[in-house]
Ligand binder design. Structure first.
Ligand code: SF4
Ligand code: SF4
Length: 58
């Protein structure tokens, strides 16, 4: 299981970073970093992203 963020779609709004219950997402300059060891692939960030840039692969 992993998380895929499409950097061409992402508008760096930071919404996903704010909703992640595990704090696994971080906005680093113009890129959203995922801490794969912390992420539980709950999919909340996937649902909140306004541009559909996040895809949870199960
Ligand atoms: S899938 Fe869940 S735990 Fe993983 S980064 Fe998104 S909100 Fe955080
Ligand atoms: S919610 Fe979507 S557009 Fe906003 S920072 Fe996260 S991945 Fe990028």
């Amino acid at each position: 299981m992993s998380l895929k963020i499409n950097r061409y779609k992402c508008g760096y709004c930071g919404a996903c970073v704010g909703v992640c219950p595990k704090g696994a997402l971080e906005l680093v300059e113009t890129w959203v970093e995922v801490d794969e060891s912390t992420c539980i692939t709950c999919g909340i960030c996937d649902r909140i992203c306004p541009v559909g840039a996040i895809e949870v692969m199960k």
